[in-house]
Structure formats: structure tokens, C-alpha cells
Design a protein around this ligand. Structure first.
Ligand SMILES: [Mn+2]
Length: 318
């Protein structure tokens, strides 16, 4: 980070009587943990209490992270005052700011710290780094550069933000992030302990994931695994079927995984995964899109009709 930019960060924190910190709506591990870590860094190094808020739902698995009680649903606190400083983390895109937007617009000064590619930033100062694996990594680097004090809560929060955003390092693209984790471990962080903090799903979620997985159908010589979730089970999964997709991907010979979610009678969510063959083209022909090996669509049709269309699109797969 440029020294001049960090000087502004320090000046703004020092000069602020009121500070608000927020991440993206429906926060994930990075959005939650980096917000709480920054709040704690400000407390430790400036003696100030920043207000940490979120919009949407927090996944149950994040209920036991350090300082969780310091994170407030934005609708339950008073955001009508104009905050001197708003720190916006990990938000990626204006559309993901959600209910915090009025506070961002009213703020005396807005500093964003993000690792998403974003051509339409809202910050007066942007401390963004698209090469960072998580916002937690950027915070670690800022704290190191400014020689800020970190306590064990900050270190654990940064570790969780990194573990969750990199899928336990599976998606790490640079060695830097592993070297940062090495420093955190040397500083007392137990990867086993923080990983276990996340084993915190409701019973019904895991039982539903298992039930949905066990009802999977296989097509095209076992190359395609297709699982379906109806509306009731979909709610239990908290809107996500990542575990089902991941379990099916472990099966020998399965190349493509399809998860169909009955969202409404006439609305079906489609998640597509593949190990080595592109699936974004199939998502696009369903009106969706995504990454090469992980794509999806929302189709306004019944689950049965969408299932037939998907099977047709996969006909002739190698
Ligand atoms: Mn992130």
C-alpha cells in the first residue's frame, strides 16, 4: 500500500468521532471476519469503538467466530446520523451494499478496502488489491506496514477470512497468502481450532444435504450426476447446495454435476459444475452464465421442464 494512502486512512480514523464498518449483503466468512477484525484493530490502536453492521443473513456456521456479538444487523441500530467515516469492505459491487447504502451516501468520508474487480467504486479512498486472496489479507498487510498491534481475536478473524475465501487454500493463486498464514500460526493461531469454529451448521441442514445427495440420479454412463431440491429442502440448505455439489464431485467417473432447485412452482435454479469440461455455455443457453467450470442459471419454468431441457443439453457429452 502507498504510504500517502495509509496516511489518509490514519488521519481519517484519528479525526473521526463516529465510524461505521460494513461488508457486502449476506456476508460470507471474509465479509464478516474482515469487518470485525478492522473494528478490533481500530479499538486496539486508536482506542475507538467503530460500529460494525451487516445486511441480509449471516450463515449459521459463522455464529462462533470471535467478536460475533459486535456485529449488528443494520436495521437494529441507528444509522440515521451522518458517520464521519464509513469503511466499506469486500463489497465488490454497489448492488451488494444493500441497506447500508444511505449511510455510505451520508458519510463524511468513505474508505473502501476490497479485493474484487470493480470499475464503479464508491470510496473517496480505495485501498483495493485485486491480487489479495481475501480482504483479511489486505488488513494483515496494512497492520504490518503501520505496525499496528494485533490481538488473538484479530489474528483468528484474519485466518478465518483467508480460509473461507480460499476454500482452505484450494483457490490460493499466490504463495503470499500461505506465508501470511504461516505468520499467523507462528503468532498462535490454530488452524484446527478456527476450522472447528465453523462446524456449526443446524442439524437439519446437514441431514438435508445428505438426503438430497442420496436421491441423486445418474445419466450418460455415470458421467452426469443430477440432484434436485424442492422448495422446503432448499430453505433448510439456506439457499446453498455447495456441499451436495462437492460430494457428488468426489464420485469416480462423474464429470458433470447438476443441482436443480425448485425455488417457486415456475422458477428453477440450476447450478452446474464440471471437473475439466466447460459448463458456462450450457448455463448461457439456459439464460444464465458464470465461470468455466462453475456456472448457473435461474429459469422461469417448472423443475420437470428444466430437468428435461438440461438432460437434452448434456446429450452427447463425452
Ligand atoms: Mn472476499
Amino acid at each position: 500500500m502507498k504510504t500517502e494512502e495509509l496516511d489518509i486512512l490514519i488521519d481519517k480514523i484519528r479525526g473521526a468521532k463516529s465510524i461505521l464498518i460494513a461488508g457486502h449483503k449476506n456476508p460470507d466468512g471474509d465479509a464478516m471476519c474482515s469487518v470485525l477484525a478492522l473494528g478490533q484493530l481500530i479499538k486496539l490502536n486508536f482506542g475507538k469503538d467503530a460500529l460494525c453492521v451487516y445486511d441480509g443473513n449471516v450463515p449459521d456456521m459463522l455464529d462462533n467466530i470471535p467478536l460475533r456479538k459486535k456485529m449488528h444487523f443494520y436495521g437494529r441500530v441507528d444509522l440515521t446520523q451522518a458517520f464521519d467515516l464509513v469503511l466499506l469492505l469486500d463489497y465488490g459491487n454497489k448492488a451488494h451494499i444493500g441497506g447500508i447504502m444511505p449511510a455510505v451516501e451520508n458519510a463524511g468520508f468513505v474508505i473502501e478496502i476490497d479485493h474484487h474487480k470493480n470499475d464503479d467504486t464508491v470510496g473517496d479512498l480505495c485501498l483495493n488489491d485485486v491480487n489479495a486472496a481475501a480482504v483479511g489479507e489486505i488488513l494483515f498487510n496494512i497492520a504490518e506496514q503501520l505496525q499496528w498491534v494485533r490481538d488473538s481475536d484479530v489474528n483468528e478473524l484474519i485466518a478465518i477470512s483467508v480460509l473461507t475465501d480460499t476454500g482452505n487454500f484450494k483457490y490460493a493463486r499466490r504463495g503470499d497468502i500461505l506465508r501470511i498464514m504461516a505468520q499467523l500460526v507462528d503468532g498462535g493461531v490454530s488452524i484446527e481450532r478456527v476450522s472447528n469454529l465453523l462446524n456449526n451448521k443446524p442439524r437439519k441442514t446437514v441431514l438435508t444435504e445428505a438426503a438430497v445427495t442420496s436421491r441423486t440420479e445418474f445419466f450418460y454412463r455415470g458421467r452426469l450426476a443430477l440432484a434436485t431440491i424442492d422448495a422446503k429442502d432448499y430453505k433448510n440448505l439456506d439457499g446453498r447446495g455447495e456441499i451436495v455439489l462437492s460430494l457428488l464431485g468426489q464420485i469416480k467417473g462423474v464429470e458433470y454435476i447438476v443441482l436443480l432447485k425448485r425455488q417457486k412452482e415456475q422458477q428453477t435454479g440450476v447450478s452446474l459444475r464440471s471437473k475439466t469440461h466447460p459448463v458456462n455455455g450450457i448455463a448461457e443457453s439456459l439464460g444464465g452464465g458464470g465461470h468455466t467450470y462453475a456456472a448457473g442459471a435461474v429459469v422461469h419454468d417448472t423443475l420437470d421442464n428444466v430437468r428435461a431441457r438440461v438432460l437434452e443439453l448434456f446429450r452427447g457429452i463425452k
